[in-house]
Ligand binder design. Structure first.
Ligand SMILES: Cc1cc2nc3c(=O)[nH]c(=O)nc-3n(C[C@H](O)[C@H](O)[C@H](O)COP(=O)(O)OP(=O)(O)OC[C@H]3O[C@@H](n4cnc5c(N)ncnc54)[C@H](O)[C@@H]3O)c2cc1C
Length: 509
């Protein structure tokens, strides 16, 4: 008999309630399942496998240090469980709750039915602030805070695992996946997560509030915890509590008369707010799984569905729209799988407004390119930047303004769009406006070496606004907005720490 610990997006031993409780119950099987459905899902990218694999290597090591072995199986769930149950009777299943996409949602339902039909209890533990079967958003922020302040689950000193057939980690070839890695992607694993968090809280985070908006300063000033949170290489609770501890430490030192860099406390407050947003957005998909596919406000149905332009989509995906900031951000994703929030919002907004593409295919593509793809954050954010939520202010970014504001020297653009390497800073955001004589003097051929803008900014934005406001002003959209707010809108800040966003602040930075 064995207690099964089913690892999903919780690839760590620290603060792992499912592992800790199962280990206390008796002999365990600590299981990771390679699910073919996941590898075939549209948002999957080989870089995700690389990250997961590195996390599993560490987990194997950490479990081995506690006398335990990590068991791997390949196959659909619950068939894998069926086969395991023939090897050894399963007494219980422990895992963390998951707010995934439609694939993992359906798979969890199948597992639930399987376990119930065999009378096997399935213990699911929350690992973040997302509340299952939430009845109302009122009071949600308080519940989030309470969960995040719960004690960290102890790492079990010893985990006894059952002697069953051993299978090794799967390689790209085993999985039938092309070995395509991102050369600038962060490495997976809990060690990297802890090191990044430590450097953020000790040094990098000091300029978080000011530095987060630019892809250049943001790469250092942002925590970069997102892929580690997405695959659970570190728990959100651990990150939040470490942030509070740092804040307390700074305040105490300040009270003792030490000179503290004035930026720290504001930056840490903003950071805590983002950790709250992590779950605030995931809660939307948890409450309404259809948000992965359908407009949050149904009044917007039909707005873009029939206008999909495959050439525009391909240019956007490849980073050859003729808008240097868009193309640099997209190509930076190809190389590293990360770009800061502001640039993600700009990429999505450009696709949805300037190119008038429906958010679903563009969100799927971005999901595949983000190392930190987290369906619960991703789809609600994609809709928010596309004007289909019904409750958020319309925000259309000008890629030229973003380039001038966030990359004034043009170094970021030149790094990822080498065709523009010789273009001087005053023209880097709009190289097609370079005087021909200047272009000739640097050997740059306008419209040949790099595309002309795929659409005219002013014309495209006017068209998009006209269409969106056309719906927004309608009676149906107005009455639906109230219902959407009641279901998904963020409420007042929590009284104690004031970290929760105000209702209209979802998209502020
Ligand atoms: C269209 C779009 C899609 C996005 N898709 C994802 C996604 O798939 N996975 C993902 O983790 N984030 C996503 N984000 C949110 C945000 O951009 C990233 O979390 C952030 O850039 C990750 O970098 P970081 O860890 O350095 O963030 P930091 O600024 O250091 O923030 C720390 C953590 O807070 C959370 N967080 C920060 N900003 C947000 C936000 N605006 N909304 C929700 N949570 C936030 C993340 O967990 C992040 O790791 C998306 C944003 C947009 C506009």
């Amino acid at each position: 008999m064995a207690h099964l610990v089913w690892l999903k997006r919780d690839l760590r031993i620290d603060d792992h309630e499912a592992l800790a409780t199962a280990a206390a119950r008796g002999t365990c099987i600590v299981l990771y399942v390679y699910e073919p459905e996941y590898y075939a899902s549209p948002e999957f990218d080989p870089s995700h496998h690389t990250f997961i694999d590195a996390s599993l290597v560490e987990l194997e090591r950490d479990l081995a240090a506690r006398g335990a072995r990590l068991t791997y199986r390949y196959g659909a769930m619950p068939d894998v469980l069926d086969a395991l149950a023939r090897e050894i009777p399963i007494e219980s299943i422990s895992s963390h709750e998951e707010t995934g996409n439609a694939i993992t949602y359906a798979r969890d339902r199948r597992v639930r039915a399987w376990a119930a039909s065999r009378g096997i209890p399935w213990f699911e533990y929350a690992q973040n602030g997302v509340v299952r079967a939430l009845r109302t958003r009122d009071g949600w922020a308080k519940r989030w805070e309470a969960r995040m302040l719960r004690p960290i689950a102890d790492v079990p000193p010893r985990v006894v695992t059952a002697e069953i057939a051993h299978e090794s980690r799967r390689t790209f070839t085993d999985l039938g996946v092309v070995d395509r890695r991102k050369p600038e992607a962060l490495p997976g694993g809990s060690t990297a997560a802890q090191a990044l968090l430590a450097s953020f809280l000790a040094e990098r985070g000091v300029d978080y509030r000011r530095g987060m908006s630019s892809p250049v300063s943001g790469a250092v000033a942002c925590s970069r915890m997102s892929p580690y949170l997405a695959y659970g290489a570190i728990s959100l609770r651990r990150v939040y509590q470490a942030t509070l501890a740092r804040e307390r430490d700074l305040r105490a030192r300040k009270a003792d008369g030490e000179t503290i860099d004035g930026r720290w406390l504001g930056s840490l407050k903003s950071y805590s707010g983002r950790l709250h947003w992590h779950c605030h957005f995931m809660q939307k998909l948890e409450d309404e799984p259809a948000l992965e596919f359908t407009n949050q406000a149904r009044a917007y149905d039909g707005l873009r569905e029939n206008d999909f332009n495959a050439d525009r989509f391909a240019a956007w995906c490849d980073g050859r729209t003729g808008y240097p900031m868009i193309d640099a951000c997209m190509r930076s994703l190809h190389r590293g799988g990360w770009v800061n929030f502001r640039m993600r919002a700009m990429l999505m907004s450009f696709a949805s407004y300037h190119l008038w593409l429906h958010w679903r295919p563009t969100a799927v593509y971005l999901g595949s390119q983000f190392l930190d793809f987290e369906a619960g954050i991703h789809y609600p954010q994609a809709q928010m930047q596309s004007g289909t939520t019904g409750i958020n202010t319309l925000r259309i970014y000008s890629p030229t303004k973003q380039a001038l504001d966030q990359d004034p020297s043009g170094d970021f653009i030149r790094r990822y769009v080498p065709e523009l390497a010789r273009v001087p800073a005053p023209y880097i955001a709009e190289p097609h406006l370079m005087p021909p004589i200047l272009a000739a003097s640097i050997g740059y051929r306008i419209g040949v070496d790099y595309p002309l803008p795929i659409v005219d900014h002013k014309v495209a934005v006017a068209f998009a606004k006209d269409r969106i406001y056309g719906v927004r002003r309608g009676a149906e959209a107005k009455s639906e907005a109230k219902a959407v707010y009641v279901k998904h809108g963020s409420r007042k800040p929590t009284p104690r720490r004031q970290t929760a966003p105000r209702p209209a602040a979802d998209q502020r930075e």
